[in-house]
Design a protein around this ligand. Structure first.
Ligand code: NAD
Ligand code: UD1
Length: 341
């Protein structure tokens, strides 16, 4: 059992990973500033894990706050989720994205260095690969992100590679996520975007629950089997369990490694719509719209390296993903904020 610091701990992936780490017997300290999450998540985590969460409300760009946290908790490894993640917003606010995603990362690494913590799990993204030169993407695919958000992830990887090169004790797990979707099977935690969802699954969920009249499908003329975009959708609990495997590998004798966390197969937008209709028992109204600028037609992961190195693979399919998403959405139609204090 190790003590793991989660930054961005009350966010979508952080909260699910918290549950998975606790289930695996680890001790967790969470940090978040609620810039994109709700304090109610902590109540849900208490109920799900059976113990009061150890939590610090702090900004990871604040070196003084980080120092206090490391002194107070004695951390063995950091799983770093805290970042901004909206692709469109990243073009409008690049400096905020570089400050939070790259500056915040450097601040966390410096605090770790000062306190003798050398195990780091990084939330990277398939977006670092950019235009596919070949598919599926392997970890050796060239890196060429197409937007500011993706650049911040690639820079984060570079910062960590340089730190690891300077200190043989530093070990980093670079985890490149494909499309995380779904929710914990309890329906108590899930994805709760602020405002209009940018991503497909939360938008579909809000159509199903009646918050939005219809889905716009961005493009039906791609060179894909049904003309709509294809992605590798991975259940967030599979992803969370991938983090547990990565932490255990780092704390064991694995050195620095880079792995895709995906399922290894792609699904179209229409596949997702049909699966959600089956799961919810409700029709999902949609209309075809022009392609979204910056979207790629299709990509999915070669997921074999994670299986080989971490003995981990995604277990939950699209029907489970949609059933769990629907349970979360129907139990919490307005998300966390609607919960009375
Ligand atoms: P999220 O926005 O739900 O969670 C991020 C959390 O970090 C939020 O709770 C936010 O309040 C917190 N945060 C942001 N800046 C902070 C700061 N300066 N100090 C303290 N807390 C801060 O996002 P998510 O979907 O859970 O993503 C987690 C990580 O995974 C991010 O690094 C993201 O870039 C990466 N990622 C996400 C996806 C995805 O599709 N969700 C895909 C690939 C990579
Ligand atoms: C987007 C980001 C990517 C990020 C990922 C996970 C862009 C260009 N890319 O990826 O960098 O890593 O989210 O957060 O924003 N779709 C619709 N209607 C919608 C929403 C989406 O048809 O309302 C389609 C898209 O065109 C795409 C698929 O659904 O084909 C998935 O979209 P989305 O969930 O936004 O993820 P990505 O585009 O893969």
């Amino acid at each position: 059992m190790a003590k793991i610091l989660l930054t961005g701990a009350t966010g979508y992936i952080g909260s699910h990973t918290w549950v998975a780490l606790k289930a695996a017997g680890h001790d967790v300290v969470g940090v978040d500033n609620f810039s994109n999450s709700a304090p109610e998540v902590l109540n849900r985590l208490a109920a799900l894990t059976g113990s009061a969460p150890t939590f610090e409300n702090a900004d990871i760009c604040d070196a003084g706050a980080l120092k206090r946290i490391f002194v107070r908790h004695g951390v063995d490894a950091v799983v770093h989720f805290a970042a901004f993640k909206a692709v469109g917003e990243s073009a409008a606010k690049p400096l905020e994205y570089y400050r939070n995603n790259v500056g915040g990362l450097v601040a966390v690494c410096q605090a770790m260095q000062q306190h003798g913590c050398r195990h780091f799990v990084f939330s990277s993204s398939a977006t670092v690969y950019g235009e596919p030169v070949f598919l599926p993407y392997t970890e050796a695919h060239p890196l060429s992100p197409m937007n500011v958000y993706g650049q911040t992830k690639l820079m984060g990887e570079q910062v960590l590679r340089d730190w690891a090169a300077s200190d043989a004790a530093v070990r980093v797990a670079f985890l490149r996520y494909f499309n995380p979707v779904g929710a914990h099977e309890s329906g108590q935690i899930g994805e709760d975007p602020r405002g209009v969802p940018n991503n497909l699954m939360p938008f579909v969920a809000q159509v199903a629950v009646g918050r939005r009249p219809h889905l716009s499908i961005f493009g039906n003329d791609y060179e894909t089997p049904d003309g709509t975009g294809v992605r590798d959708y991975i259940h967030v609990m599979d992803l969370a369990e991938g983090h547990v495997a990565a932490v255990d590998a780092l704390l064991g004798d694995a050195g620095t490694f880079t792995v895709n966390l995906g399922t290894g197969s792609g699904q179209s937008v229409l596949d997702v719509v049909k699966a959600y209709e089956r799961a919810s028992g409700r029709p999902i109204a949609y209309q075809f719209s022009p392609r979204r600028p910056g979207d790629l037609p299709a990509y999915w992961a070669d997921a074999s390296l994670a299986k080989q190195l971490l003995h981990w693979e995604a277990r939950r399919g699209l029907d489970t993903i949609c059933a769990d998403s629907w349970r979360w959405q129907s139990l919490n139609p307005q998300g966390f904020e609607a919960t009375p204090a």
